[in-house]
Ligand binder design. Structure first.
Ligand SMILES: *Cc1c(COP(=O)(O)O)cnc(C)c1O
Length: 428
């Protein structure tokens, strides 16, 4: 069994086992549709009586092989790919929360997800209460309401680099009869497997480290198969009562604890929203996954070296990196990320906006990009890019000082990265 092997072996080989004479590499099934001999055969697929492919908006064999690999890496029972990380997070929440419901979320999450939950999902009638990622059990408990349907957080938050106390969040979610959904994009299953700490659903923007080369936008959702929907049937009617749009199937009955969540998500949300990943993108994603374990070790090593170097420089006001002993999230990082966190480091330059401008212009290896987590080192100054409409005072109030730089350390030699940073600091 592939699950008997260690994660490094699963990165390379899980999800696809060719038979004799079949392609060694996952085939790209570039076909929108699939042929059947009788309409009865096809009818069974539409009724979810038989499993198989009929239209690539719902499922495609290439995507399913890659989803199976990610499911194995996270230690889940079922998984699916989506067109992007945004789609993965939206589906994971909307699969169980609808108009009139409520979500509890860590406040320290990716800006796109924050906007999705606080603005767009609010328009759909789903409310949210945000809590700090390191809040006390009492604070967390107070955030729940009778109509709460899920708890959400990120293992390592982008870009704040806070670490979620997964065990505490899982315990609170389960005490209130709802699942914990964890976006594990920055840690990857090589660094942390949230399901082992009590998470029920894991999501990814595969666009980041999983792809790792900046080549394809994508997302993934993995179900742990541990959350007992039927035990909380009153909260989850979508899973526990008949679906009229699928001939009265009750997902939690027909597909059980291991398969209900992903089957419903595919059958309803993929059918109706169509946020599919293309087979070609899934193929690129799999190439990235084959070396994920090798690359993550180097990203972490480079991030750590750069953070340690920056921490002793006189031009630097502060460094935010949970791998540094003085960081407020260091203890949580040691617990959840014992093999290293990620390659993203953020730091504040003493000279504010002007110093950041000079520093970034001077860098030769690190490119200025709104991206993170790929093979090439890149950096961003929020004050002059993503947050440029804000004044220095507004930035300060939002916890994003004008001199803050987010650097995503790639796979280059760390001595070269440090020399590049050093010469740019000296130019300020
Ligand atoms: C980038 C990112 C997303 C959004 O993913 P896309 O693939 O860009 O849609 C979601 N969560 C985290 C933590 C991210 O870093």
């Amino acid at each position: 069994m592939m699950s008997d092997y260690r994660i490094e072996t699963q990165c390379v080989q899980a999800g696809y086992t060719p038979g004799s004479g079949e392609p060694r590499q996952i085939p790209i099934i570039q076909s929108t549709t699939f042929k059947y001999a009788t309409s009865e055969d096809m009818g069974k697929l539409f009724d979810l009586e038989a499993s198989g492919y009929f239209y690539s908006r719902l499922q495609n064999p290439t995507c399913d092989h890659v989803a199976a690999k990610i499911t194995a890496l996270e230690g889940g029972t079922a998984g699916m790919l989506t067109s992007s990380g945004q789609a993965a997070n939206f589906f994971s929440l909307f699969n169980i929360a609808s108009c009139g419901d409520h979500i509890v979320s860590s406040a320290s999450i990716y800006g796109g997800t924050f906007n999705l939950i606080s603005v767009t999902m609010a328009k759909m009638g789903i409310e949210v209460t945000f809590v700090p990622p390191n809040c006390t059990e009492a604070e967390l408990d107070a955030a729940f309401r009778p109509n709460t349907k899920a708890v959400f957080g990120e293992t390592i938050a982008n870009p704040a680099l806070t670490v979620l106390d997964i065990e505490t969040f899982a315990k609170a979610a389960h005490a209130h009869g709802v699942p914990l959904i964890v976006d594990n994009t920055f840690a990857t299953p090589v660094g942390c497997r949230p399901i082992e700490w009590g998470a029920d659903i894991v999501t990814h923007s595969t666009t980041k480290y999983m792809d790792g080369h900046g080549s394809a936008v994508g997302g993934a959702i993995v179900d742990s198969g541990k959350f007992d929907w039927m035990a909380h049937a009153d909260k989850f009617p979508g899973l526990c009562t008949p679906d009229d749009s699928y001939h009265g199937i009750t997902y939690a009955e027909k597909f059980g604890i291991a398969g209900a969540f992903i089957t419903k998500c595919t059958a309803q949300l993929m059918r109706d929203f169509g946020c599919t990943q293309s087979p070609q993108s899934a193929y690129y994603l799999n190439l990235g996954l084959e070396s994920l374990h090798v690359r993550m070790a180097r990203h972490c090593e480079n991030g750590q070296a750069v953070a340690e170097f920056l921490a002793q420089r006189p031009e630097v006001e502060a460094v935010h990196f949970c791998g540094l002993p003085g960081d407020p999230y260091h203890a949580l990082a040691e617990k959840y990320l014992p093999n290293g966190s990620c390659g993203v480091v953020s730091f504040e330059l003493k000279g504010g906006r002007k110093a950041a401008e000079i520093f970034m212009r001077q860098l030769k290896l690190a490119a200025i990009e709104t991206h993170v987590a790929d093979a090439r080192t890149c950096c961003l100054n929020p004050a002059t890019s993503t947050h440029r409409q804000m004044t220095d005072q507004q930035l300060e109030a939002a916890g994003i000082p004008a001199g803050l730089i987010r650097m995503s350390c790639g796979l280059e030699n760390k001595a070269d990265l440090i020399e590049d940073i050093q010469q740019a600091l000296e130019a300020i």
